[in-house]
Design a protein around this ligand. Structure first.
Ligand code: MLT
Length: 265
């Protein structure tokens, strides 16, 4: 489905009934990364997955991007589908957007799942790396971004032994427009530090991390779980950064148990 939101077309999927679970994808992927969650959870929950501005089937305007704008896009899209409050699940960049969304609209958030993400802003070195990646995207195309990103997203074991999954992730990256890649890099480089927010998060929170995640490692997940009041931490064995795709059954169990406890609370 598509809707015009804040002047751009956003694509989304809205499936199932019950407590709404809203999924925000990683960079530079799209809502199809949540297929295993959609299939497993749509019989128990209302599942909404969104192609963030710049990704998937959504518009990728050539202009300034920010995480604040992404959070406002998500809230406006949820208003469009008459969802006032939801459980939000964000992985990596999706998690950065959730922290931004919580800061601006805590009333929209029933609960948070922060997966393979971190609260800190970028260091100057990381910002420089994002600038260089945007130039690579511009000069060499999205295939070069896939080559750079895949070893950060998936474990060495997945890369060696699961060519179909590697291809699926590669296709997602290669289908992302250059304007969207550059825009999202700009948005992440400009994001605020959320360390001060953690102790103010008042909703139930589940932190999830892949055991082998090097992009947003266990140390970052532990910071969030320690500082967010009453947060729970789950480590997914054998997974790296895209823990929902590498170990979908375990990821789904964590979300099902967490969201199920809210639905019955
Ligand atoms: C992601 O998976 O969304 C990215 O690795 C996040 C980042 O580059 O910080």
């Amino acid at each position: 489905m598509k809707a015009t939101i804040n002047g751009v077309t956003l694509a989304y999927t809205d499936r199932g009934r019950g407590l709404p679970l809203v999924f925000l994808h990683a960079f530079p992927l799209n809502r199809t990364m949540w297929h295993p969650q959609e299939e497993a959870l749509c019989s128990s929950f209302r599942i909404v997955t969104i192609d963030l501005r710049g990704h998937g089937e959504s518009d990728a305007p050539l202009w300034h991007y920010s995480l604040e704008q992404a959070a406002e896009d998500v809230c406006a899209l949820l208003h469009h589908v008459s969802i006032t409050q939801a459980v939000f699940i964000g992985l990596s960049m999706g998690g950065y957007i959730l922290l931004t969304l919580y800061r601006r609209h805590p009333d929209r958030v029933k609960a948070l799942v922060l997966a393979d993400t971190k609260p800190q802003a970028d260091s100057p070195e990381v910002k420089q790396g994002r600038f260089e990646m945007a130039q690579t995207a511009y000069q060499q195309g999205s295939g070069a971004i896939a080559d750079l990103m895949l070893p950060k997203l998936l474990s060495a074991e997945t890369i060696q032994q699961r060519p179909e999954l590697v291809q699926k992730v590669r296709r997602m990256i290669e289908s992302t427009q250059i304007s969207g890649i550059a825009g999202a890099l700009m948005a992440m480089a400009g994001r605020s530090d959320s360390m001060d927010l953690l102790s103010q998060i008042g909703c139930p929170t589940q932190v999830v991390v892949g055991e082998h995640d090097v992009a947003t490692p266990l140390s970052d997940a532990t910071i969030m779980a320690d500082r967010i009041p009453h947060a729970r931490l789950a480590v997914i064995p054998g997974a790296a950064h895209l823990s929902n795709l590498e170990r979908p059954e375990r990821f789904n169990d964590i979300v099902r148990t967490f969201a199920g406890s809210l639905a019955t609370a």
